[in-house]
Design a protein around this ligand. Structure first.
Ligand code: CS2
Ligand code: MG
Length: 402
């Protein structure tokens, strides 16, 4: 058994995706998501120039050895581009492993630990008065957990809120668009959003909120404390996570649970946060944290320290990543929540898959492997379109975290 072909496919059915497809000498194929929002061509080049030539002729059964070969062999370890490229290879090899074994990948990860994967959906509104309808729409779809984001009075655009009311795709222009931010307006307003939601929907609905890296630790501590009456399931990315000691300060002031990790790409980014129990959910994803092999290691470390999974699942992670995530989500003992931003029908046609959402739960395919593929002929009809994530500036013009 050996890899005889490796294709890197860039397609843009409404938004850009990068996919790696491996083919063995038996004609068995495997797919991996290699999408890094706003930096897609960097990963495509990394794969095409530095990974694919070394894959041809390798034994696809040697998943761990290939992971170590690509990680240690790079010399320049870690980083979002490298780890996304490794993730794509790893995910495709697990897909192939499942197909040879005739089993869905979750069966190779220890089998089912739960009946289904509890998903959380996105409710967003341009103003406070529109929040209840947005949340009601998710409840009507049987989501048991809802992330709530709302426009901030006085700010033209806010993270997580689609200007058009349609699906939210932040990478909205070739050169970064500029958004504006005011921490004081935000800190004064957000508690009123959750006060409104709790008063309309009661205490049981799981509520989440994404701060999106924008506060200092003491500001995040203040926000966490002001949200305690509304019992959020998690407050996400409260601060930029490079200074991980910042989470120690937040932790000392509030009992609001904390979630972080969608921008992390290796266990080394979150080992201290997990081992010191500074967070409650780790949000790393298959596509950005080295694939199924490495993400499993992160979740296993988390399981030892009361930390649960809460994987990233935005629409800039392809259906291949979602398919792979669900196999892990189903098998690990410390699953928490899975983010679920449904892709467009156009995207789903390019990436036919067997996973589905029903009664608040996501279910992976029972097909051998991951249960997802890419329609290469259809993908070819959607050429790459340059798209960058926005930048963010304070009202005085200072460049701030987006
Ligand atoms: C967000 C993402 O889903 C989330 O929690 O943080 O929408 C994030 O902004 C995008 O994935 C960035 O590409
Ligand atoms: Mg987020």
């Amino acid at each position: 058994m050996k890899i005889v072909d490796a294709r890197v496919i860039v397609t843009c059915p409404g938004r850009n995706f990068v996919t790696l497809k491996l083919v063995t000498d038996d004609g068995v194929t495997g797919v991996g998501d290699a999408t890094l929002n706003g930096r897609e061509l960097a990963v495509e080049a990394y794969l095409r120039e530095h990974v694919v030539p070394a894959l041809i002729g390798r034994d696809p059964a040697r998943i761990e050895d290939t992971w170590q070969y690509l990680y240690k062999g790079a010399y320049w370890r870690r980083g979002p581009v490298t780890m996304t490229a490794i993730a794509a290879v790893d995910t495709a090899l697990w897909d192939i492993k499942g197909k040879y074994a005739g089993l869905p990948v979750y069966q190779l990860l220890g089998g089912r630990s739960r009946d289904g994967v509890t998903a959380y959906g996105h409710a967003y509104a341009a103003s406070l008065d529109e929040v209840p309808a947005a949340v009601a729409s998710l409840v009507a779809q049987n989501y048991r957990a809802v992330r709530v984001q709302c426009g901030i009075p006085g700010l033209s655009k806010t993270y997580g809120v689609s200007a058009s009311g349609g699906s939210y795709e932040p990478a909205d222009s070739a050169v970064p668009s500029v958004e504006s931010w005011s921490t004081s307006r935000y800190l004064a307003f957000v508690p009123t959003v959750f006060e409104r939601v709790r008063s309309e929907f009661g205490p049981d609905l799981q509520l989440l909120h994404d701060v999106h890296h924008r506060l200092t630790p003491i500001e995040a501590a203040r926000l966490g404390r002001s949200l305690e009456p509304y019992a959020l399931t998690w407050l996400e990315d409260p601060v930029p996570a490079e200074l991980q000691d910042g989470y120690r300060l937040i932790r000392s002031h509030t009992t609001t649970p904390l979630a972080v990790g969608e921008v992390f790409n290796s266990i080394w980014d979150c080992a201290d946060l997990i081992q010191s129990q500074l967070i409650d959910y780790v949000r790393c994803s298959v596509v950005h944290a080295g694939g199924i092999t490495h993400l499993r290691r992160i979740f296993d470390l988390a399981a030892l320290h009361h930390v649960r999974s809460g994987s990233h699942g935005a629409t800039d992670l392809s259906p291949i990543c979602m398919a792979a995530a669900l196999h892990l989500d189903l098998a690990i003992p410390n699953f928490g929540l899975q983010e679920h931003m449904p892709h467009t029908a156009e995207t789903d046609r390019v990436f036919p898959h067997g996973y589905h959402f029903a009664d608040g739960l996501l279910h992976p395919s029972e097909e051998p492997g991951l249960g997802v593929d890419i329609d290469e002929e259809l993908a070819a009809r959607y050429p790459y379109r340059p798209a960058s994530l926005p930048v963010n500036r304070l009202e005085d013009g200072t460049l701030h975290s987006w």
